[in-house]
Design a binder for this molecule. Structure first.
Ligand SMILES: Cc1ncc(COP(=O)(O)O)c(C=O)c1O
Length: 357
């Protein structure tokens, strides 16, 4: 039998393992920052109708440029954005891959401030972009001065900022984004996958798009919209950036079914986003409760919380799993990440936490 090692695979992929959080059959799954609430029945019906209306025409390719969906997404984002400023793909992962295909690639580099979203370096690897693991402060913070010094030292073609940051949960101060935009010689991608969960007063990088043609803000319907299975991510940027990603996107990358389902979901955004407040309440409950119990906990503007377990996080992860609660070991010594789910799920998580030594 042929093994991977027998194949003439690229040297930089040899010995690698695929990305993947464990998809385990556990009662309480709080490890991938999904929205725990199922799609409400009226929205299920609306999506069903929208998808059904496409079925007869599946003999034809879909709208290659997903114009109607992009117009809807621009309307959702506001900030004076139009269809020309927005691009959509199968998840913000695909959006970021397309950005690296267009602006990274062999001989170019991308820099991110770790710990941050673990797919950023993997997307760099897959697109042949050199990865520069920038660093954050001891408390996972990132100051404008630190960020600028690293950008100045490395002069990357692409800078990834993640706000709110995964896995720490904290949003960036706008001064950090502004300073990086001033210093970066290339593109600056602000990954705002969790923007809808941010605490009041948090400023989106969308606000400064008009002044920065090299700024790209990526968003997703996987989190607040509860549409992870629908696979819909998008970006907002100067129209020239949209033209750039159109050079590398596969033709018809976004199926007619995906476009129809996402448009129906967006049309019912009030119902879908109706869970955000409840999720933020559970997020704040986790932070407050764990701090009361003496854990170090990172401030969270997202639908998850990073907390210290005071010892081996692998053993703590296993203890919680044995108690029926799946959380995420992101590989940070002494820390675990938990998604803010339903009140019942957080009850289960908090009581499982009592089993830790
Ligand atoms: C920071 C961040 N960006 C992007 C994504 C990818 O989301 P999707 O490809 O589902 O849009 C995730 C998913 O966990 C994330 O945490």
């Amino acid at each position: 039998m042929t093994t991977l090692d027998d194949l003439p695979i690229r040297d930089d992929l040899r010995g690698r393992t695929p990305y993947g959080a464990p998809q385990l059959d556990v009662a309480v799954r709080l490890n991938t920052n999904e929205n725990s609430y199922p799609v409400p029945e009226p929205v299920v019906e609306a999506i069903g109708k929208a998808v059904a209306a496409e079925l007869r025409d599946l003999n034809r390719y879909p709208d290659r440029d997903a114009v109607a969906l992009r117009a809807d997404l621009a309307g959702y984002l506001g900030h004076g954005l139009t269809v020309d400023h927005v691009w959509a793909a199968n998840g913000s992962n695909e959006i970021q891959q397309q950005l690296l295909q267009a602006f990274g690639g062999p001989g170019r580099t991308a820099l991110g401030f770790t710990p941050a979203y673990s797919m950023h370096p993997l997307l760099a690897l897959g697109t042949g972009t050199g990865w520069i693991p920038g660093v954050r402060g001891a408390d996972f913070g990132l100051t404008a001065a630190d960020a600028v010094a690293q950008v100045r030292a490395h002069r990357p073609d692409v800078v990834f900022l993640c706000s709110p940051n995964n896995p720490t949960g904290t949003a960036l101060d706008p001064s950090v984004v502004a300073a990086v935009l001033d210093e970066a010689p290339g593109m600056v991608v602000v990954d705002e996958a969790y923007a809808e969960f941010a605490r009041p007063g948090t400023v989106s990088a969308l606000a400064v798009l008009p002044d920065h043609p090299r700024l790209v803000v990526t968003r997703t319907m996987s989190k607040a919209f509860g549409f992870a299975g629908g696979r819909l991510g998008y970006l907002a940027a100067d129209p020239a950036v949209v033209a750039a990603v159109q050079l590398v996107r596969l033709p018809y990358h976004l199926s007619a079914l995906t476009q129809a389902a996402a448009r129906a979901a967006l049309a019912h955004r009030d119902a879908l986003l109706g869970t955000v407040t409840a999720i933020m309440e559970q997020r704040d409950r986790i932070v407050a409760e764990l701090r009361t119990r003496g854990h170090r906990v990172a401030d969270s503007d997202a639908n998850f919380v990073l907390f210290a377990v005071g010892g081996d996080q692998g053993a703590a992860w296993r203890t919680l799993l044995d108690a029926g609660v799946l959380v995420r070991d992101v590989g940070l010594p002494g820390w675990l990440r938990v998604t803010a789910g339903t009140p019942a799920e957080i009850d289960a998580f908090l009581s499982a936490m009592e089993k830790l030594p």
